[in-house]
Design a protein around this ligand. Structure first.
Ligand code: AVJ
Length: 314
């Protein structure tokens, strides 16, 4: 592992693929997490507001499925900006002593933001009831399952982050979640829905260039880790391109290298394109099929037409 937490070996493997691709973890250093927070405030980035609205409008319906005493565990909690909607609804119903929150994120910076933001947005949450785990999803879940062996765990997976996984990865992920968390668990899965190409394109190619900066920062992180000198000015001149791929039902964020990246060896050639991030979009039927194939049932589903939520139980 490098200082930044990125593994050089994993990066090299990713750069051998055709097309070249980077692991999602490149995107979320301190600057990346800050830029992502900025993205969520962009007028074009509709998923954030759609999700907030859907959560608020259906909070009572959602918590009706969450048993008293369940641990609320958020995967990739980031700054936990929206979690308060669910936590406060449960605290109002069951009282603050029944409430326990576990946040899992790969970024320690994000977790620091989360503990501040939770104190601010969830006045009923007792400080001793918050457990923040810096780990990737599955390791974090294993840790949580071991710590709270007897508890029922309600997993919140917000932000449509499942869209970063390809269909096989998503299937395997939900099978593993089930294997780790077992029958005393449930998942509130939020997914962005497939829609008009212009709306999708604008959400990932905003007029202020924040998403472009976010993606370029990910490449700078990767190249710095691999020992490329002057990575920021190199990547700054590369071209950002968003492709709405109808066949695979996903938005693809690409960087076209207008000059080569070299660290002794040639890592990226001039003229080559690197697939930086994939954001897969879903239909409600896609989510149903993903759930059934991986061993989950759907207790209830909500949709705004633009955005969907499913409560999954084993
Ligand atoms: C956090 C993966 C859900 O795909 O919409 C936003 C990340 N990347 N703009 C998404 C992202 C560029 C986001 N997810």
């Amino acid at each position: 592992m490098s200082e930044s937490g990125l593994s050089r070996e994993e990066l090299k493997e990713n750069l051998k693929r055709q097309p070249k691709q980077l692991p999602v973890s490149c995107l979320y250093d301190k600057r990346g997490s800050d830029l992502y927070e900025e993205i969520t405030a962009l007028p074009e980035y509709y998923p954030f507001n759609e999700e907030s609205r859907l959560l608020k409008a259906n909070a009572q319906g959602i918590i009706a499925h969450i048993e008293r005493g369940s641990i609320i565990l958020e995967l990739g909690c980031g700054s936990a900006a929206k979690t308060g909607t669910i936590l406060n609804a449960i605290a109002d119903r069951d009282g603050p002593t029944q409430l326990r929150f576990v946040g899992i994120d790969v970024s320690q910076q994000a977790l620091d933001l989360a503990s501040e933001s939770l104190l601010q947005h969830c006045p009923l949450l007792l400080p001793g009831s918050v457990d923040l785990i810096c780990a990737d999803y599955l390791d974090g879940l294993k840790t949580a399952r071991a710590r709270y062996a007897d508890a029922r765990i309600c997993i919140l997976w917000l932000g449509s982050s499942v869209g970063n996984l390809n269909p096989q990865e998503a299937l395997s992920f939900f099978q593993q979640v089930l294997a780790i968390c077992g029958p005393r668990s449930q998942v509130l899965l939020c997914t962005d829905l497939w829609k008009d190409r212009e709306v999708l394109h604008a959400a990932y190619h905003d007029s202020q260039g924040v998403t472009e900066a976010f993606i370029k920062n990910g490449m700078v992180n990767a190249l710095k880790t691999l020992g490329v000198r002057d990575a920021p000015s190199l990547v700054n001149s590369w071209r950002y391109d968003v492709r709405v791929n109808k066949e695979l039902q996903q938005v693809e964020m690409w960087l076209h290298a207008t000059s080569a990246a070299v660290n002794g060896q040639r890592l990226v050639e001039e003229g080559e394109a690197v697939l930086m991030e994939v954001s897969r979009k879903f239909t409600m039927a896609d989510v149903r099929s993903l759930a059934f194939k991986s061993g989950w049932f759907i207790q209830q589903a909500w949709s705004s037409g633009k955005y969907g939520m499913h409560m999954l139980v084993p």
